[in-house]
Write a protein that binds this ligand. Structure first.
Ligand code: ADQ
Length: 481
């Protein structure tokens, strides 16, 4: 049997960055999978050697580890039952709502928790297998909050970092979780914990104090290892961003610019194209955005097709009940708006429920006069930063919810509170009536902000913070060595 390959940098995330695509002739290939985390990490891992531990997306036995685009991919198996209990259940129907202001009710089931513990243990074992002595281990997101402590128990020699892509909830909401202490202790196995915003890190520190009786000092919390050694774990903000150079380069290509013109022409060259791009998720405020637009059409303030809305709603978590219900509501609303306000060949809402290649996304961003980013709660929202990055012409305008992490950095956007439908309508109207110079000034400022803090800087800062974590003891000599 060949020796197990080990790496100095190990990423652990719920999903591998690739999906298996089966061709009609039965052969299969791996394609890069969509989503915020993969988009960000893809550019970070370019040029670095490392391993990525994650689920390959199909239940049953996992494929053998393999190399893809210079990265060692180490699949972790999930059974069908674990997909339902660990992933769709505990991760997406317990944690996700609790961490997003309980926009829909969270469900608690002890068997979901047990599956979460089991799967986290499996991830920790896979990480321990591929990590070289003294490696850096970078664990991602809410599905793997127990992995830091589990890895530490198996491999006290490695440095462990965890990054939360979603918000960390206020203690009053986090306290609802029956397993809140186990989660805090799981996270405290890390040397460094990264969050999107300072208030998220502060929520975590407060939870440690109030729910686990720990002492915090500044941005650190004290903990003790099983051997009795005390450690300080640091929790701070490292806001994620986009691959500014790569995306801007793509947006500047002639093919993308031509495609943007084509898109506008196929929409009938409206005066104003408004765009929404989101996973079909109840946190994203798609319903609120549609309501505001419908009311503007109803009261005659705007008319279609002069003002047209394009809504890309990427399929997401389709087996979870709250997502099924949301899809029905959104599609009924789109149908009603189109039934009432569209003319033949000119729908008021263009609703696109599918994934697109990056080129098409860049062209859509360039074709849109107004980008509507209206989440009720969002860790960051990369779409806002992608839109700004693609507008090298300094055209377009960003309407941004104050409940996104992005708004904490992009204060020059046109801010909205999506719960305030009247306010949302007013912002849309205001942006439509602004003169070109004013819009450009806002876009220029936004582009400077995003340009100063790209995804590479995010990764470098995270890894530097992890590097500064206290020196770890050497790895114990393996038995029989
Ligand atoms: P998401 O909730 O998935 O991410 P977001 O940050 O907007 O949200 O990232 C979505 C990504 O998917 C973007 O790169 C976007 O371009 C892409 N995408 C969306 N629809 C697409 C489509 N139809 N076709 C192709 N690509 C599409 C989570 C958190 C966020 C956080 C990110 C990163 O919920 O708050 O910003 O992780 O940390």
């Amino acid at each position: 049997m060949p020796a197990q390959r080990t790496f100095d940098l190990v990423i652990a995330a719920n999903r591998l960055p690739v999906d298996r695509v089966v061709a009609p002739d039965g052969t299969s290939e791996w394609h890069r999978s969509p989503g915020g985390l993969v988009t960000a990490m893809d550019s970070v891992m370019r040029g670095r050697e490392g391993a990525w531990v994650g689920w390959a997306g199909e239940t049953g036995p996992a494929p053998e580890p393999f190399e893809e685009s210079g990265m060692w991919l180490h699949p972790v198996p999930l059974s069908e039952e674990e997909r339902e209990t660990h992933y769709e259940g505990f991760s997406n129907d317990t944690l996700w709502p609790i961490y997003h202001d309980v926009i829909v009710p969270a469900h608690f089931h002890r068997e979901w928790w047990q599956a979460y513990e089991r799967v986290n243990q499996r991830f920790a074992e896979a990480v321990a297998e591929v990590a070289a002595p003294g490696a850096k281990v970078w664990i991602h997101d809410y599905q793997l909050q127990l992995v830091p402590a589990l890895v530490r128990a198996l491999r006290p020699d490695v440095r462990i970092g965890w990054f939360n892509h979603i918000p960390f909830p206020p203690v009053e909401l986090f306290a609802q979780l029956p397993w809140r202490r186990q989660i805090l202790e799981g996270l405290l196995g890390a040397d460094y914990l990264g969050f999107q915003r300072t208030p998220d890190a502060q929520n975590f520190l407060r939870a440690c104090r109030q729910l686990d009786g720990r002492t915090t000092k500044g941005d650190t919390v004290a903990t003790a290892d099983p051997d009795g050694r005390t450690r300080q774990v640091r929790a701070s903000a490292v806001p994620i961003s986009v691959d500014v150079n790569g995306l801007e380069e793509l947006a500047k290509t002639e093919a993308v610019q031509r495609r943007a013109e084509q898109i506008r022409a196929s929409l009938g060259n409206p005066e104003v194209v408004m765009l929404g791009v989101d996973r079909l998720d109840y946190t994203k405020g798609i319903r609120h955005r549609l309501k505001a637009y419908e009311e503007l059409l109803a009261d005659g303030t705007v008319s279609s097709p002069a003002v047209t809305l394009v809504q890309v709603a990427t399929p997401s978590r389709e087996r979870v009940e709250a997502y099924k219900q949301l899809r029905t509501v959104i599609e009924t609303t789109v149908g009603r708006i189109n039934g009432t306000y569209s003319a033949i060949g000119a729908p008021a809402v263009h609703y696109l429920h599918r994934s697109y290649p990056r080129e098409e996304m860049a062209a859509l961003f360039q074709a849109a006069d107004i980008m509507l980013v209206t989440p009720l709660r969002d860790g960051m929202n990369l779409v806002a930063k992608e839109y700004v990055t693609c507008r090298h012409d300094e055209g377009g305008a960003l309407v941004l919810s104050e409940f996104t992490g992005a708004w904490h950095e992009l204060k020059q956007a046109y801010v909205c509170n999506p719960h305030d439908i009247e306010g949302l309508k007013q912002v849309m109207l205001r942006v439509m009536s602004l003169d070109d110079r004013e819009r450009r000034r806002s876009m220029r400022a936004l582009r400077r902000r995003v340009g100063d803090n790209d995804v590479q800087k995010w990764a470098d800062t995270f890894l530097a913070n992890l590097e500064m974590a206290p020196e770890r003891p050497p790895r114990p000599t393996p038995k029989g060595a």
